[in-house]
Design a protein around this ligand. Sequence first.
Ligand code: HEM
Length: 242
Amino acid sequence: MEDLRKPILPGKGASDYERYLRTDDLLSLQKRPEEFLHPDELTFQVVHQASELLMKGTAWELDRARVHIADGDFSNAARLLRRGNYMLEYPISVLHVLETITPVDYQLIRAGLGHGSGLDSPGFLALLHIGPRLGEAFHGQLLKAGLSVDDLYRRHQEFFGLHDVAERLLDFDERVHLFRFHHLKLAQRIIGGGVVGTMGTPVEVLHQRMEHLFYKELWDVRNRITAQANEAMQKSGVGPQY
Ligand code: HEM
């Protein structure tokens, strides 16, 4: 009988689990304890590395979603956008782990970062790259259907699939914004809001970058819906007051 514990996949590692996931390589990507500038450094590295992986996964799924949008397959686009957005929850929530590093201890870790800066994060740069391209694919479909953003939102039942895609794009925009918000708070807590980072960028710049939105038009349409409803209410004198 076949021994199911015996690995059959090629590669390093005693089991197929280790070989498939390449855990030997993955788990050797962190500094060894004798190299740490502070014992908190493992947490610092693991949080960054995990975030890079999850952002890589997110960007991949969002690019697949972009192809589905361009093909007019809105169900599959929304499914993959949802998946990408779920994945992006983790780089946001795991930022809180780093809030447990004290400002004084962080300075020891920071001394070993060279000019290393999150501005060069491949995962985040991939998200910044895919955001506008998703928007182009979405607007291409609006154009094809002869719709404005306002039409899509007013006639959401009729254009359910494309409206669903629009809402999932908004989820993505919100998550990138939330990442920036929690990251700014982290930087303010750990190094302070009035200093410059490892690449000479003032922390204040993080504040300005939070203003950036991929899909401003999807946020703005809500203002017009509310303004129109308010106008109608004023004319009729009835309706919801919130
Ligand atoms: C102790 C924790 C952290 C501190 C003190 C910190 C600090 C900073 C600072 C000061 C900047 C501005 C650029 C610079 O001069 O370096 C920056 C940018 C950035 N960092 Fe961090 N960071 C931390 C953790 C993280 C983590 C865990 C990630 C996850 C990948 C990350 C990703 C980024 C990104 C993507 C930017 C560019 C932000 C943007 O374009 O809006 N950082 N960080």
